[in-house]
Structures are given as C-alpha cells and as structure tokens.
Design a protein around this ligand. Structure first.
Ligand code: CAA
Length: 270
C-alpha cells in the first residue's frame, strides 16, 4: 500500500518532521538533516504534536519513529541549550515536555534507528516500545563530554536495558558506544536489518501489531510497562486484572471464536 502524506489531508504542515500513513501505521520521520536531527524545541514540539494526533486517530494502530540513514538523532540541540541556566531550566522543567507525550502514548511506537542515536537521540529511541536498528546504527550517551549527564531517561532506561556495568561504562566514559550488533546482544534492540531494509521491516512489524485488536494491544503495552514500575506481585496482579478485562471486548470473543472455527479473526478494535 502506498504511503500517504498526512499533510495532504488535515494535518498541520511541519517543517522538521515528515508524517505518512500506510494502512493503520503512521510513520514519523525526523527531518533536520543539516543538524543530524538534533532535538531542538521546535523539532520536539512537532514530534509531540504528531504523536498526539496519531494517538487520537482511531484509524491508526501503531506508530513508527525514524530518522535518516546518517542519524536517528544526534542528541538534544547543544547549540540551543548551551547558554541555558539552572534556575530557568528548573522553572520551565526543561526536557519535561520530551517525556510527557511519548509516555502518555497508548498506542505502540517502534523506533527504526539508522546511524547515530546519541544522547537524547538514544533516549528518544529508548522511550519507544520496540527498537529496530540498521546495521550502521550507533547508540551512546556522550553527555559527560559536555559537562552534563543524560537528562531524558538515559541513566534509567539504558541501565534497565543493558545492565549496570555497561550503562556505567557508556555514561561515565561518554565514548563507549554500542554498534547495532552489540545493541542486539545486550537486548537494547530486538532486530537488526540492512539500512535500506530497516524502515520497510519496521513498518511490517507495526502493521502486524496494528492488525490485532487495539484494546488488547493497548492493555498488553500497559501491562508490560508496569514491569518497570511495580514489584513482581503487584505487576502480576495488574496483568491479571487486564487479562480478565479483555473478556469484555468484542475482539476477545472474535479472536477465540475464530481459533475454534479455524479461521482468521476479524478484529473491530472494540
Ligand atoms: N546539537 C546541535 N548540533 C549538532 C548536534 C547536536 N547534538 N549533533 C550534530 N550537530 C550538528 C553539528 O554541529 C554540525 O553542524 P554544522 O554543520 O553547522 O557545523 C552538523 O550537525 C553535522 O555534525 P558534524 O559535523 O559534527 O558531523 P560528524 O559526522 O563529524 O559527527 C557526531 C557526527 C559524532 C554525531 C557529532 O556531530 C557529535 O558528536 N554530535 C554531538 C553528540 C552529542 O554530544 N549528543 C548529546 C547531546 S546532549 C543531550 O542529548 C542531553 C540529553 O540527555 C537530552
């Protein structure tokens, strides 16, 4: 199915991202090539705006976030923030808006990472639910070289993903990066593809997810995310309650009936 430029329908016209829709999958492409997709305020505003619109669009079941072959994103925009001061950072909750929308997303987001995913770029990828990488992807947290530390989840999510020793090594040296194969070995990414195949393969997975019943997809995402927040017994309790609740959906009735009748389910996302 051909990609449709959302901007041609009722979407706002963005200057730093491109948005496209393929079936039930939305693709957001960071498009600030001269700065290697450095995440300036305007770029993040546009990402958040697009995410919010897709999350509220019942025709969309999953979102893919990608960059260029050279860079997913080379981090927060250093030139924009270099003269920032603590008091103003604190008062405006600098970087708070980065996590607000993406952590509210009910629909799954898959990051398709080619090239550099450094600093805030690595953190943005890790905010997504699944990361697929191109063979030349580079993941790193170089903030220490700038006299600062990761500020959008790197110390927490990287540690969960790769373990304490590797996360410490990466964050404290600022120069130990992971290539795609290492990222796969550590479990930071779940698949690696040749760069030119990455987006196509990511969209295939997103389409597969978007073809399932939307309610159970969202509940499953919510339950997996609780594995980060809760202890095991509370997490298991939360999961069981959501599992029980899926039996109130049409898609559960359809999915199980289809299995028993040896046919494909026709999910209605209710
Ligand atoms: N912010 C602003 N501009 C950036 C940028 C960034 N994070 N990363 C790259 N750029 C700009 C460069 O300044 C350069 O612009 P000009 O052409 O105007 O000089 C352009 O993008 C191309 O970059 P390079 O010439 O440096 O390209 P390269 O191939 O030689 O190197 C690179 C690529 C290794 C990614 C290098 O650009 C680099 O080290 N970038 C900075 C990476 C970094 O430190 N990221 C962390 C930022 S802090 C952060 O993210 C905090 C947080 O936790 C949220």
């Amino acid at each position: 199915m051909a990609l449709t430029d959302v901007a041609s329908t009722d979407a706002p016209s963005y200057t730093m991202i491109k948005t496209e829709v393929q079936g039930r999958v939305a693709v957001i492409t960071l498009d600030r090539p001269k700065a290697l997709n450095a995440l300036c305020s305007e770029l993040f505003y546009e990402i958040n705006d697009a995410l919010s619109r897709f999350d509220n669009d019942t025709g969309i079941g999953a979102v893919v976030l990608t960059g260029s072959e050279r860079a997913f994103a080379a981090g927060a925009d250093i030139k924009e923030m270099k003269d920032a001061e603590f008091v103003n950072n604190y008062k405006t909750n600098f970087l708070g808006h980065w996590v607000e929308q993406i952590s509210k997303m009910r629909k799954p987001i898959i990051a398709a990472v080619n090239g550099y995913a450094l600093g805030g770029g690595c953190e943005l990828a890790m905010m997504c639910d699944i990361i697929y990488a191109g063979e030349k992807a580079v993941f790193g947290q170089p903030e220490i070289n700038l006299g600062t530390i990761p500020g959008a989840g790197g110390t927490q999510r990287l540690t969960h993903a790769v373990g304490k020793s590797k996360a410490m090594e990466m964050i404290l040296t600022g120069s130990v990066n992971l290539d795609a194969q290492e990222a796969l070995n550590y479990g930071l990414v779940s698949k690696v593809f040749p760069p030119e195949k990455l987006l196509e393969e990511t969209i295939k997975t997103a389409a597969k997810i978007a073809s399932k019943g939307a309610v159970s997809v969202q509940m499953a995402k919510e339950a997996v995310n609780q594995a980060y927040e809760l202890g095991l017994s509370s997490g298991l309790h939360f999961e069981r309650r959501l599992f029980q609740a899926t039996f109130a959906t049409k898609d559960q009735k359809e999915g199980m009936a289809a299995f028993a009748e040896k046919r494909k389910p026709g999910f209605v996302h209710e």
